[in-house]
Ligand binder design. Structure first.
Ligand code: PHE
Length: 498
């Protein structure tokens, strides 16, 4: 309003520093006041009421030490004036100089006064060598105090700044002109078309506020994907790029048959113990019977063997097979999918499948283990696949995550032979870390499922949590999963590209 009424009277405001800004808006030299003024000018300009130019001025302002020198002279001048003239009095002792001008001034001033030839040493004291001196520093600082700059130029100013006697300040000021829609009052512009404006026809004559396409807008309260889901998305993309199809893994509950028997895990295997696997206790606690033809084939291979395998020669009980449990790996679903593919109309076709979903194990929980986690699993089935194909696949797969340095260690899984643990070199930890498990599925598993005998299947699995924790620099699983997860960190965690 002040700008408008001034403009109304004077047509142009050359320099907003000369406006009489009321005190409650703050000092005109404050950055805040300048920004507030600029905000007001922007808003008037957006209505075409005014137009303005920004001018910038750099001024120098004295520091407390600088203003003291402007008033009382430089340290060296103060030392000079404290000393008696040579030959007229006995020299001024250094201890007395300290008392007269203060410790700091005595220390800083002496050196310069000597260098300038203003004073000299006599005995254990100092004397004046000059009748009068030209205290350039004081003169310069006085000039800065009155004009904010030095005629001597930038080099001299830089020297003063270096000595911490003055600092630079930037002042903004504006030149303001009337705009096409100038009026002396701010009118309220419409921001929205309303039903009333349309029905009364007032919209035709109303004035509208211009859109501000630079406005930042208020932050929206949207949902956010959990870090695990972001990393999962990246894994899914890698699998899709490599031509894999996603397996349906929505059932957390599996039977002992699909989780273990079909994978040739002996019914006496310790992984099936209560300490390792969660079983359902009721409602229901058992599954329906597995397909009978399949079941008898699996029962035979376990208890008697066949096709060159001796089997386990141990009791094989239906009651173990129909126990319901929380799946301990997604490989249970992979086995089920392989069965479907072997028995689909038209027979077996080569396939590449993957899944990323939750599994459950009765583990002791600590900083890196929970009773549930996610498995990332890939399975490839084709005629004549070799171990070399598996290794090649894993090199391509992990290579897409930026992990190129892989090593493999022989391992044991009941359902794969050979089995390989996958290790990668961790550049930050400077050691080899285990990143997954893999293998060629055994014929004892594949043949009962109905796969042709020349079909080989290989697979590999890893956890989703480990790469997620590495990617986001998390070292306690509980900051990622559970009641201690901070929603803010979930919202802020960035998307993942390996
Ligand atoms: N199921 C294995 C695990 O839980 C991973 C795996 C999948 C191993 C496929 C071999 C083949 O660690």
């Amino acid at each position: 309003q002040l700008v408008l009424s001034t403009l109304n009277a004077t047509e142009i405001i050359e320099d907003t520093r000369r406006l009489n800004i009321p005190e409650e808006f703050g000092s005109p030299n404050d950055q805040e006041t300048q920004l507030a003024l600029q905000g007001a000018l922007n808003s008037l300009q957006s209505k075409d009421m005014i137009s303005y130019n920004i001018n910038e001025q750099i001024v120098h302002v004295l520091t407390p030490e600088g203003s003291q020198i402007a008033r009382e002279g430089s340290h060296e001048a103060r030392v000079w004036s404290a000393a008696p003239f040579k030959g007229e009095h006995s020299p001024l002792k250094l201890s007395d100089l300290k008392i007269k001008v203060g410790e700091d001034t005595s220390k800083i001033g002496q050196g310069r006064a000597f260098k300038n030839g203003w004073i000299g040493k006599e005995g254990d004291g100092i004397v004046k060598l000059m009748r009068s001196i030209d205290d350039k520093t004081q003169v310069e600082l006085q000039e800065i105090e009155s004009y904010g700059t030095l005629k001597a130029g930038d080099k001299a100013l830089a020297e003063v700044r270096k000595r911490k006697l003055a600092i630079q300040r930037k002042y903004l000021w504006f030149t303001v002109k009337k705009g096409a829609n100038f009026r002396s009052e701010i009118e309220k512009l419409e921001t929205d078309l309303t039903v009333e404006m349309l029905s009364s026809g007032s919209w035709k004559t109303s004035k509208y506020k211009k859109y501000n396409f630079d406005a930042e807008g208020t932050p929206t309260n949207g949902g956010a994907l959990h870090p695990l889901l972001k990393v999962r998305e990246e894994f899914r993309n890698i699998f899709f790029e490599m031509g894999f199809a996603e397996m349906p893994t929505s059932n957390y509950v599996e039977s002992g048959f699909w989780n273990f028997d079909a994978l040739f895990v002996p019914q006496q295997h310790p992984a099936r113990d209560l300490q390792d696997t969660f079983y359902l206790s009721e409602d229901p606690s058992t599954s329906l019977d597995p397909p009978s033809e399949l079941y008898s084939k699996v029962a035979t291979i376990h208890s008697i063997g066949g096709n060159g395998s001796t089997g386990y020669r141990a009791p094989f009980l239906k009651t173990e097979s129909t126990k319901l449990l929380l799946r301990t790996h997604t490989t249970a679903r992979s086995a089920n999918m392989l069965y479907d593919i072997a028995n689909q109309p038209g027979g077996f076709k080569p396939t590449k499948m993957f899944s990323i979903d939750r599994v459950f194990r009765n583990e002791t929980m600590d900083a890196t283990h929970l009773a549930e986690f996610h498995q990332v699993e890939g399975v490839v089935a084709d005629r004549g696949l070799t171990l070399g194909d598996l290794i090649g696949f894993m090199q391509t797969f992990f290579g897409k995550m930026g992990i190129t340095n892989l090593r493999f260690k022989p391992a044991y899984n009941p359902y794969t032979e050979p089995s390989l643990e996958i290790f990668a070199f961790h550049p930050a930890l400077k050691k080899w870390v285990e990143i997954g498990n893999s293998g060629m599925f055994r014929p004892e598993m594949l043949e009962p499922l109905g796969l042709p005998s020349d079909v080989r299947v290989h697979g590999w699995g890893l956890s989703l949590e480990r790469p997620t924790m590495i990617r986001y620099g998390i070292n306690n699983i509980r900051t990622l999963v559970g009641h201690k997860v901070s929603i803010e960190s979930v919202e802020k965690s960035s998307a993942v590209r390996f």
